[in-house]
Structure formats: structure tokens, C-alpha cells
Design a protein around this ligand. Structure first.
Ligand code: ADP
Ligand code: MG
Length: 244
């Protein structure tokens, strides 16, 4: 069986098989991913854990269809990432939320569908604003919001396409712990409704409370996958990240 058919046969959520990514740099190259295998089921809240530079964002960018692997397969609910993105099956909120400063909260949330020429009912935008706890801030500009509020706008913007899979790169970075918990609770609720989430996160307390499974990465490969308590039993994982 080829890697591709093995991947297609088993995974209903996210599936990476033998994923390799090399960036060309002058005459040499950087191997960012060196054989990443990962499987999940629909509706799981996965988290990627690992030291800076181990390839977490590269995994997310490939799953988002923003970058192509040098080798191996990536599937999102059985679809190639580019297809999933084109069909709006993917919601993406990456680092430094990148909201448009001149647009209001509501205007930013509408953006992904507006770009595709889809008119978004204002009730749908209002529902999303309520979901992320920003009632009353519809007309605010990003500069008038705290970091945590901007992250929640980015999550609402990712959700406006009604995705099947949500990809989040450090959405809680720089967010007050209490707000991070609110975001965590929001995301767990979305998973209960069938959304699959993959989130890169550093805060162990957040992963302890909300994420299952957690995928521990090191140097471009997956070291272990399991619950946080299972990962804490692994001496190699503890040595790599959980000490100090
Ligand atoms: P992480 O998100 O875990 O911090 P990244 O996925 O951003 O790690 O990066 C993994 C490795 O790939 C790093 O060594 C990084 O420098 C390199 N890398 C990432 N993107 C590029 C790029 N566009 N060009 C060259 N090297 C890159
Ligand atoms: Mg990163």
C-alpha cells in the first residue's frame, strides 16, 4: 500500500503521512519537516507542542494549503488542503491576527466571504460576534481592542466560512490567562458540534484543560501523540519540553 492510500484509508480528521518539507536557502536547504505522521478523528481538539523552529507552523501552513510539501501527503477530512481551502472547509487564524486596521470588527469578520463575492447576512456576523463574546464591539477598529479581543475577532473571521476544520497558530499568545480559558471553552464547544481543530500552543495549562490529543514535535518529526497526562509519562517528551 502506498503512503497515499494508507492515509486515505484510515483518517477521518487530519492526516499527515511521511510529510517532508525542505526550504531551499541559497545552495543549501533547511529541512523543516522530516517525515511527519499524524492522524486524528473528526471533532477532535488537537494541539501541537514543541520548541521554536521544530516545524509546527510549517505543518499548519501545509494543512492550510498555503505551502506545499516536498514529499508525503496531507489530507483534511479526506481532501487535499488546496481543495478544502477552495471549498471553504478550512478556517485559518494564524499568528498576529492580521486584522485590517481600517475595517471594523464586523467588517473584518465578513472579509473571507466578501473576497469570494459572497454576501454575508448581518445576523450571521452578529451571531459570531456574540459567540466570541464581543457584543457591543461590532463597530470598533482593531486598534481599539485588547490583544485577546483581536484574537477572538480572528477566530470569528476564521469561523465565518463555517469550516469543518479550524487551524490556529498560537491564538492565545499574549492573551491574559482568563481570556485564554474563555477562548479554550469556546473552542471545546465548537468541537462538540463536530469541528476539528488543530492548534499550536505553548501554554501547558491550556492543553491540560482543553486539548486531546496533544502531538509533541521535535526537529521536524512527531515524538509522541497522546493526552497531556500520557505525554508527561514519557521521559523523552518531558526532557524535551516539560522540564524547567
Ligand atoms: P515553529 O513554528 O515550530 O517555530 P516553523 O515551522 O516556523 O517552526 O519552522 C521550522 C523550520 O523551518 C525552522 O528552521 C525555520 O527557520 C524554517 N523555515 C520556516 N519557514 C521557512 C521559509 N519560508 N524559508 C526558509 N526556512 C523556513
Ligand atoms: Mg510557529
Amino acid at each position: 500500500m502506498t503512503i497515499e492510500t494508507a492515509a486515505t484509508a484510515t483518517a477521518s480528521g487530519l492526516c499527515l503521512a511521511g510529510l517532508r518539507k525542505e526550504f531551499r536557502m541559497g545552495r543549501g536547504g533547511v529541512v523543516a519537516l522530516d517525515g511527519v505522521d499524524l492522524e486524528s478523528r473528526e471533532g477532535q481538539f488537537l494541539s501541537l507542542l514543541g520548541p521554536s523552529g521544530c516545524g509546527k507552523s510549517t505543518v499548519l501552513r501545509i494543512l492550510a494549503g498555503l505551502d506545499t510539501p516536498s514529499a508525503g501527503t496531507a489530507l483534511v477530512h479526506g481532501e487535499p488542503p488546496e481543495t478544502a481551502r477552495r471549498l471553504h472547509h478550512l478556517g485559518i487564524a494564524f499568528q498576529d491576527s492580521a486584522l485590517l486596521p481600517w475595517r471594523s470588527v464586523a467588517g473584518n469578520i465578513r472579509l473571507p466571504l466578501e473576497i469570494s463575492g459572497v454576501k454575508v447576512p448581518s445576523s450571521a456576523v452578529a451571531d459570531l460576534i456574540g459567540l466570541v463574546g464581543l457584543d457591543g464591539f461590532e463597530k470598533a477598529r482593531p486598534a481599539q481592542l485588547s490583544g485577546g479581543m483581536r484574537q477572538r475577532v480572528a477566530i470569528a473571521r476564521a469561523l465565518v466560512v463555517e469550516p469543518k476544520v479550524l487551524l490556529l497558530d498560537e491564538p492565545m499568545a499574549g492573551v491574559h490567562p482568563a481570556l485564554a480559558r474563555r477562548i479554550g471553552e469556546l473552542l471545546v464547544g465548537l468541537c462538540a458540534d463536530g469541528l476539528t481543530i488543530l492548534m499550536v500552543e505553548h501554554e501547558l495549562a491550556i492543553m491540560d484543560e482543553f486539548c486531546d490529543p496533544v502531538v509533541a514535535m521535535a526537529e521536524g518529526a512527531v515524538l509522541a501523540q497522546g493526552t497531556m497526562s500520557e505525554l508527561r509519562q514519557r521521559s523523552d517528551v518531558v526532557e524535551a519540553y516539560l522540564v524547567g
